[in-house]
Design a protein around this ligand. Structure first.
Ligand code: TXA
Ligand code: MG
Length: 343
């Protein structure tokens, strides 16, 4: 899919390359960097020219705001306009979950560029855990805006070559950080409203957040209330998002799975365990059904099946919506363009 004219290099994480990339970004360049969740398309969060490039490369609509990545809690709070009570709540969450895959939506300072927030009064902030992303933050001394490094609406990348496959020719550099350990985008928690609300489920679950804030009410995730005709609260909440081009159908129980022995249909199961008869077109997201493994492999396997152009349809098993299953089921329902359903 290399449609641009730029030569896209995958850089190994040598000291020299890290310095080069930090400098490149400081000068207003865009580069794809690994995070623990998915690869991000990073640029200086205060450079509007660089931010525009992000939107152009992804073909992302300007109404979809970006996440700003910072090194630590102190830097995060510099971007937020919050009272003492909210400050204490945020610090409690940071102490437990950051650096890591939790994004905080907070009332923003007045100087925050409109392009970051799409004109909203709030800003999304995250302290990533990936050591290479953190190195670039440290070496550039910047805050970095970074959406997932995929064309708008497509599956998020969890390997450097995924970025090159779908954005090659449109950016100069991709930093190779290997396989992303989480594999799903961060949990987004909107703390700008009362009660606070999960806008996008991820590895860090509502139950975990509640356990460190026992006295706070946390509104659950609201996939079922979504309506594509209104501007969504987080556009990652659009019903159809993270989609492969091959039609994807979900099944919840084995009885729902058509026999599908045809070779042009791929069947994806959560676990290899309990499958007695394995067909050539059967694929497994984990050996034992471990949610972390499923999450890590989900986008990568769907992408492989999609780009192999070997299948006319993909059937994929969907987990029940609790714990990490909520995030996995969410991404699967969106990839299939379905309203949430199932157990
Ligand atoms: O794990 C992640 O969060 C990855 C890595 C690269 O950090 N980033 C990521 O960014 O998933 P992106 O842009 O693909 O998704 C961010 C989501 C979008 O759906 C956006 O609408 C939402 O965050 N968002 C950003 N700012 C927001 C705000 N002020 N209020 C509500 N939602 C917001
Ligand atoms: Mg995204």
């Amino acid at each position: 899919m290399s449609s641009g004219t730029i030569e896209t290099a995958i850089l190994s994480p040598t000291q020299e390359n890290l310095d080069w990339l930090a400098d490149w970004i400081r000068k207003g360049g865009v580069a794809a960097l690994p995070t623990e969740t998915v690869y991000g398309l990073a640029a200086d969060a205060l450079n509007t020219g660089a931010l525009r490039q992000i939107f152009e490369i992804k073909r992302r609509p300007l109404y979809d705001p970006l996440i700003v990545h910072v090194e630590n809690g102190e830097k995060l709070l510099e971007w937020a306009e919050i009272n003492e009570d909210l400050r204490r709540t945020v610090l409690t969450l940071i102490e437990r979950f950051s650096p890591g895959p939790l994004t905080y939506v907070l009332p923003k300072k007045s100087w925050v560029p409109e392009l970051l927030t799409a004109g909203r009064p709030t800003l999304a902030l995250r302290i990533p855990a990936h050591p290479l992303f953190r190195e670039i933050l440290r070496r550039s001394s910047l805050a970095l805006a970074a959406p997932s490094a995929n064309p708008f609406g497509y599956l998020s990348p969890t390997l450097a070559r995924h970025v090159r496959e779908s954005l090659g020719g449109k950016l100069h550099y991709i930093l190779d950080g290997g396989d992303c350990t989480v594999g799903l985008e961060s949990t987004i928690l909107d703390l700008s409203r009362s009660p606070m609300r999960i806008l996008r489920p991820g590895k860090i679950t509502r139950e975990e957040i509640q356990s460190v804030l026992p006295d706070k009410e946390i509104a659950g995730y609201i996939h079922e209330e979504l309506d594509d005709t209104v501007s969504p609260m987080a556009p990652g909440m659009l019903r159809r998002h993270y989609s492969p081009r091959t039609p994807l159908c979900l099944f919840f129980k084995m009885e729902e799975l058509p026999l599908a022995k045809e070779e042009n249909v791929a069947r994806v199961f959560l676990s290899r365990k309990d499958r007695e008869e394995v067909l050539g077109n059967d694929f497994f997201l984990s050996e034992e059904g471990d949610g972390m493994q499923v999450a890590k492999r989900l986008f990568s396997l769907l992408r492989e099946l999609d780009t192999s152009h070997s299948y006319e349809k993909i059937y994929c098993q969907c987990p029940p919506s609790h714990g990490l299953g909520t995030a996995i089921a969410d991404r699967l329902c969106r990839a299939a363009g379905l309203p949430k359903k199932g157990p």
